[in-house]
Design a protein around this ligand. Structure first.
Ligand code: SF4
Length: 162
């Protein structure tokens, strides 16, 4: 049976191959309930109150491709290339989440257009205000499991623990 190993050196007790909601192959792995219950890293590893750590993974070929893409994303060339898209995505996200851009408050195209123009103006004002007052940017969320993995791999952390 195939197994995965967690940062604490424990191996999975369950390995299930299935398809996700989009029809893509994936693998569900689960660690032993009793082992996770006794683990001192549990609060940083899973938000589950009583259950063991469970992870959904992609098949190896897809996983390797994903890792390659993530390494490319860490380069300055890629960041410079992606910068424009990130700005556009951020603008759309701000419009939808902070300014209700997904819902039209009026009936008819002229009023809908008016709403969009006023929303764009409001977003510009908010962004200028953030820029002038040094507003903080939101950070990309990292899962608890990934945070623990990176902490364990960090050389500073290892040196200070030694
Ligand atoms: S709680 Fe997380 S780190 Fe601890 S044994 Fe389970 S999977 Fe491993």
């Amino acid at each position: 049976m195939k197994q995965a190993t967690c940062p604490q050196g424990q191996v999975t007790s369950d390995w299930t191959i299935r398809r996700d909601n989009f029809g893509n192959d994936c693998v569900d792995v689960r660690f032993d309930r009793a082992t996770c219950a006794d683990c001192f890293k549990r609060p940083q590893c899973t938000r589950s109150k009583a259950g063991p750590r469970e992870i959904m993974m992609r098949p190896q070929a897809q996983h390797k491709l994903l890792q390659t893409r993530r390494q490319q994303q860490a380069t300055d060339t890629w960041r410079a290339h992606y910068g424009k898209r990130a700005g556009i995505e951020g603008t759309l996200s701000q419009g939808i989440r902070a300014f209700g851009l997904r819902r039209c408050r009026y009936i008819g195209l002229p009023k809908t257009r008016f709403q969009h123009v006023v929303t764009a103006l409001a977003m510009n004002v908010a962004r200028i205000d953030d820029w002038l007052t040094g507003g903080s940017f939101a950070k990309t969320r990292r899962s608890a499991f990934a945070q623990m993995h990176f902490r364990l791999r960090s050389p500073c952390r290892r040196n200070s623990a030694a």
